[in-house]
Ligand binder design. Structure first.
Ligand code: IMP
Ligand code: MG
Length: 172
């Protein structure tokens, strides 16, 4: 794999997508105090942009799940490595994720959170690779779809590299 990222979605396009998502979310959660749950580490940049665009009194928490390890293929087995600090029973919960590939990670997390009886549970994803889904995933708020390429930047890494890139890029 060559490690020279090429731009797929520019920072301007990202900004517009985040503003559009924030407007949708703001409308749906008017008068509520949603709890946004980011999946570490990849969601941290998207989460930071989203909460500042939302202009809602949100709270934020994070979970860390094990998935890829050091490779580029999911192991298929997902585990909670670091759980929630906030009780979610009766809360309006919005999960924030950087990228959906096979869908195994988000589908696991949504099932895990649903058992804790939140008042509502929705999913906001910055990038989705629909051609790669192995399980059905309902994305309530989607930034952009991306082709079946290895994505980096805007929080997303390849072996911990490239998270800092402002654009969403791909590597061959
Ligand atoms: P899934 O369980 O196969 O949907 O994979 C989800 C997780 O794998 C994401 O949260 C990412 O951390 C990672 N991932 C999936 N696709 C990519 C990619 O193209 N680049 C970097 N990480 C990815
Ligand atoms: Mg992730």
């Amino acid at each position: 794999m060559s490690s020279q990222p090429k731009v797929l979605i520019t920072q301007d396009e990202i900004k517009k997508a985040v503003a559009r998502l924030a407007a949708e979310i703001r409308r749906h959660y008017q008068g509520k105090q949603p709890l946004l749950i980011g999946i570490l580490k990849g969601s941290f940049v998207f989460m930071a942009d989203l909460v500042r665009e939302l202009e809602l009194p949100v709270e934020v928490d994070f979970v860390k799940l094990s998935s890829y390890g050091a490779g580029t293929e999911t192991s298929g087995k997902v585990k909670v490595v670091q759980g929630l600090k906030t009780p979610i029973k009766g809360r309006d919960v919005l999960v924030v994720e950087d990228i959906v590939d096979t869908g195994l990670t988000v589908s696991f997390l949504m099932d895990y959170l649903r058992k804790k009886k939140p008042a509502s549970l929705k999913l906001c994803v910055m990038t989705d690779k629909p051609s790669r889904h192995e399980v059905p995933v309902t994305i309530d708020y989607l930034g952009c779809t991306v082709p079946n390429k290895f994505i980096v930047g805007y929080g997303i890494d390849w072996n911990e590299k490239f998270r800092y890139l402002r654009d969403i890029c791909f590597i061959d």
